[in-house]
Write a new protein. Structure first.
Length: 173
């Protein structure tokens, strides 16, 4: 065997480091892409919770308004959320709300009830108990809010029977 056919041992060991570097760069780029994707998913989930807050709290506020209108002349607010599900004040049981919605930020049906100034035993609206910061500054009837608990959904804000409409995407000129 001739000695010129073989490459030197030092050249063989030098070429092996490039594969290791390539794998390291690939892992770093993949980690950066996954981090950006995770932030995007988090922002998307946050926007979804904000839309759900607007829908669910708005539905409760509209149900309070329907409860008030159910007995003309009396117009009293409900004493608890369960009264919106089964209103037994008349001859016919009315269902102003199908279910007690959970707060999308806390995951519990633990809404903060806003007391009626005329009768503190009854409530006129709800608000979230979460101190989560919002991406949007206008949620439902609330303008310039920073936290989820800053926005109060009152029945009087829905007195005209304003239907829920999802937020519109910004139109391009």
């Amino acid at each position: 065997m001739r000695t010129g056919d073989r490459e030197p041992a030092a050249a063989r060991y030098r070429s092996r480091g490039f594969t290791y570097l390539f794998v390291l760069f690939f892992v770093a780029i993949t980690a950066a892409a996954l981090a950006a994707l995770g932030q995007s998913w988090h922002a998307g989930a946050q926007r979804e919770r904000e839309c759900e807050l607007e829908f669910r709290a708005g539905a409760i506020a509209r149900a309070i308004q329907a409860y008030r209108r159910a007995t003309p002349g009396l117009e009293q607010n409900p004493p608890e959320l369960a009264a919106l599900i089964e209103d037994r004040r008349g001859l016919v049981v009315r269902h102003h709300l199908r279910q007690i919605y959970t707060d999308p930020f806390t995951g519990q049906p633990d809404w903060q009830l806003l007391p009626d100034p005329a009768d503190p035993r009854r409530f006129i609206g709800v608000r979230s108990r979460s101190s989560q910061e919002l991406l949007r500054s206008d949620i439902g009837p609330c303008k310039a809010v920073r936290l989820a608990s800053d926005c109060a959904f009152r029945a009087l804000d829905y007195a005209r029977g304003t239907p829920f409409s999802p937020p519109q995407a910004a139109s391009s000129p």
